[in-house]
Design a binder for this molecule. Structure first.
Ligand code: HEC
Length: 126
């Protein structure tokens, strides 16, 4: 390829790749969800150690009716009404930092692409 062609190809391909990453990859996200499965299901009404995550994106924080949340999570819900994309991404990076005192015993997802892919997966479980 000539230098010009390479430049043109990069101009076309790179923004598309960046967008794809922003949007997240649900198939990869399903693999990341393996880390959540011990405690969370994605079926309606199925609570494990943690509440069901079916439809969690967009859902009111701490709102699964028959699940007993920690006081920390119930307090958090007063100032954070819903699991928006942004709130979910911040929370899952470091749950104990975002919600001090939460009973979710999980260290967090450090890689931004893991968080974006997981978000995309959870959106397929509405
Ligand atoms: C060791 C068990 C455990 C693991 C692993 C775990 N969670 Fe949780 N999760 C919980 C518990 C327990 C709660 C309830 C927290 C509370 O009430 O303080 C919770 C709450 C949540 C909530 C809030 C739900 C609501 O109804 O408001 C979200 C979102 C969440 N977890 C996502 C995840 C994701 C995504 C993963 C995987 C990356 C994960 N969790 C891994 C136990 C776990």
């Amino acid at each position: 390829m000539t230098r010009l062609t390479i430049t043109l190809v990069s101009l076309l391909v790179l923004p598309a790749a960046a967008l794809a990453q922003d949007a997240g990859d649900a198939a990869k996200g399903e693999k990341v969800f393996a880390q959540c499965k011990a405690c969370h299901d994605v079926e309606k009404g199925v609570n494990k150690i943690g509440p069901t995550l079916k439809g969690v994106i967009g859902r009111t924080v701490a709102s699964v009716p028959d699940y007993k949340y920690s006081t920390a999570m119930l307090d958090f819900a007063k100032t954070h009404p819903a699991w928006t994309d942004e709130l979910f991404l911040t929370y899952i990076e470091n749950p104990k930092k975002e919600v001090p005192g939460t009973k979710m015993a999980y260290a967090g997802l450090k890689k931004p692409e893991d968080r974006a892919n997981l978000l995309a997966y959870l959106k397929t479980r509405q």
